[in-house]
Design a protein around this ligand. Structure first.
Ligand code: PEP
Ligand code: MG
Length: 600
């Protein structure tokens, strides 16, 4: 029966596909299709793994010390029974034969199906056997993974046009690091139970340019493995088991949207200039060196934000060394062919974890207020050797082109001074070892209200500022950006937020320092006119948003919006104020209103 779920629209577009349900702990299982000719071999791989696990379990039973409790032996019998049960390995074979899933994927798909059945059992003893089932599957996947020295989950992933049914991912939660694993993979869209609009998971989804809905509460419980699902990333709606008529309707919307995107792509070579002749820079936000291609394809005039922390994720606890970082930064700098590249020092913490975190760090991350803790520049300054290593890698990359170093979450002058010392020391170390390096510009993220309020004193030390609206909203309104339960209060239109943004742009202009916005507000067309009216001339966003924002810039009279600015930011409801100005511009004599107002 068809039903709908509602969540937060975080990445635009329509995806139609079969649901793949995964629990976060199993997200790094490889998901790929096996070719028709290889199906028998894959079934054999599963059978071999099952036999290997059976041998393991039997050996454990045999070698069990005489004094071991009898329950242990009984438990191993339960595991052996589950291992040979047709509802597990037999059904997994079906997934391989019918859907062409690889063995690991087939097992995790079947585990989700069985886990639900266990959850619904009345008998407590039987319900608890779910944990045993999970252990057996983990053992099987462990044997399969150890046996395979092939490519990683991501490299395995086959493009969705391989003739198989398209797939969408459904999970209770997905970390930004897990999300990254799916870049360029099989999934056409995703749905999660939790998360906010500017959580880093949502940001990675936008950078992948796939439709996504987060905060859909019960989605991972109500959607079943293999259900057909429509994800409407514009409206934040998920339709489960849609009727044929609904699928046709969504296919038509999808085609229309794709035609609109093709039209916008033609703007790529046009410079972004407002109707009254103001030149605007549209730059790209990236997470990985491989994203440079998308930035260039979208016509980005530079990288306004390279979130370097993504280089630190999915690494089994080992951080990238100086040379590895240097190679990554150099490849971006060279790839951008002379255009400026803004690399942000690592912004670890809050919803971006790395495996290297100790148990104490993780306790702090989970139990306390992680967004107010040792995050971003605070983390870097508390790890001086790691910080200097990163700074050296950036300075070396600057020998190949224009590099701007950006510091996240600066709030105190003491942090600025310590950073300048670290930078001077890193430079000296390169000098002493005779390695080549280049000049860099230094910038501060303005994402804490304190930084916005004392910007003039900060700017004595910086060449530029970049406004991180995602965190600025979070810290101004005291709303966790990743918490769907307060997402309705995360309001970029709040007058306090707009006043801080306007004040930052004005302070930088007065001091003749460059200022840009690299938070999600820069890529949201609802804000383009207003930001131009505030005097902003540099925007940085996901490459996929650049054409939409360029179209807005081309149609805007920045001077007209500058005149209305005081009344907009003083209004109780700035969003409504902007909508009424757009309506007035579109219909100066009170005639019918045009569609532009609907984008607000
Ligand atoms: C921001 O806070 O707006 C920003 C760009 O940084 P991040 O989203 O990575 O925290
Ligand atoms: Mg931030």
């Amino acid at each position: 029966m068809s039903f709908q779920l509602f969540g937060l629209p975080v990445s635009r577009g329509i995806a139609i596909g079969r649901a793949v349900l995964v629990a976060s702990s199993r997200l790094d299982v490889a998901h790929y299709y096996v070719a028709e000719d290889d199906v028998d071999a894959e079934v054999e791989r599963l059978r071999t793994a099952r036999n290997a696990v059976a041998r393991e379990l039997n050996a454990m039973k045999r070698d069990m010390p005489a004094e071991a409790p009898a329950e242990l032996s009984a438990l191993l019998d339960v595991h052996l029974m589950l291992l040979h049960d047709d509802t597990l390995t037999g059904a997994a074979k079906q997934w391989i034969r019918e859907r062409h899933y690889n063995a690991e994927w087939a097992l995790s798909a079947q585990l989700e199906v069985l886990a639900r059945q266990f959850d619904e059992m009345e008998d407590e003893y039987l319900r608890e056997r779910k944990a045993d089932l999970e252990q057996v599957v983990e053992r099987l996947i462990g044997v399969l993974t150890r046996g395979a020295d092939g490519p990683s989950a991501v490299e395995h992933a086959i493009a969705p046009d391989s003739g198989e049914d398209p797939l969408v991912l459904v999970a209770a939660d997905i970390s930004p690091a897990d999300m990254l694993q799916f870049k360029g993979g099989v999934f056409l869209g995703f749905v999660t139970d939790v998360g906010g609009k500017t959580s880093h998971t949502a940001i990675v989804a936008r950078s992948m340019d796939i439709p996504a809905v987060v905060g859909a509460r019960e989605a991972s419980r109500l959607i079943r493995q293999d259900d057909w699902v429509v994800i409407d990333g514009d409206a934040g709606v998920v339709i489960v088991d849609p009727t044929q008529a609904a699928i046709e309707e969504y296919r038509a919307i999808k085609r229309k949207r794709e035609a609109g995107r093709a039209r916008l792509a033609r703007l790529r070579h046009l410079p972004a200039v407002t109707r009254d002749g103001e030149r605007v820079e549209l730059q790209a936000n990236i997470e990985q060196p491989g994203d440079v291609a998308a930035a260039l394809a979208a016509g980005a005039v530079g990288i306004g934000l390279f979130r370097s922390e993504f280089l630190f994720m999915n690494r089994d606890g080992e951080l990238p060394g100086e040379d590895e970082q240097y190679e990554a930064y150099r490849s971006v700098v060279q790839g951008m062919r002379g255009r400026p590249v803004t690399i942000r020092t690592v912004d670890i913490g809050a919803d971006k974890e790395i495996e290297r975190m100790s148990a104490t760090e993780l306790r702090h991350e989970h139990a306390l207020n992680p967004a107010l803790g040792r995050r971003a520049i605070r983390w870097s300054l508390s790890e001086p050797a790691m910080f200097r290593q990163q700074l050296r890698a950036m300075l070396r990359a600057a020998a190949h082109g224009r590099v701007r170093i950006l510091l996240p979450m600066v709030s105190q002058l003491s942090e600025v001074r310590l950073t300048l010392e670290a930078l001077a020391r890193a430079r000296q170390q390169l000098e002493d070892s005779g390695r080549a390096y280049g000049a860099v510009e230094l910038g501060a993220m303005v994402e804490i209200p304190a930084a916005a309020l004392v910007l003039p004193s900060f700017l004595r030390y910086f060449d530029f500022a970049s406004i991180g609206t995602n965190d600025l909203i979070q810290y101004t309104l005291a709303i966790d950006r990743a918490d769907e339960t307060v997402a309705h209060l995360y309001n970029p239109w709040h007058p306090a937020v707009l006043q801080l943004v306007a004040q930052t742009i004005a302070s930088a202009a007065r001091l003749r320092k460059d200022v840009s916005i690299c938070g999600e507000m820069a890529g949201d067309p609802a804000f383009t006119e207003l930001l131009l009216g505030m005097g902003l001339r540099s925007f940085s966003m996901h490459p996929s948003q650049i054409p939409t924002i360029k179209e807005r810039v081309l149609g805007t009279d920045a001077g007209r919006w500058a005149k209305s600015l005081p009344e907009i930011i003083a209004a109780d409801d700035p969003e409504r104020e902007v909508a009424s100005i757009i309506a007035e511009i579109a219909s100066p004599r009170g005639g019918p209103l045009v569609a532009s107002a609907t984008a607000i």
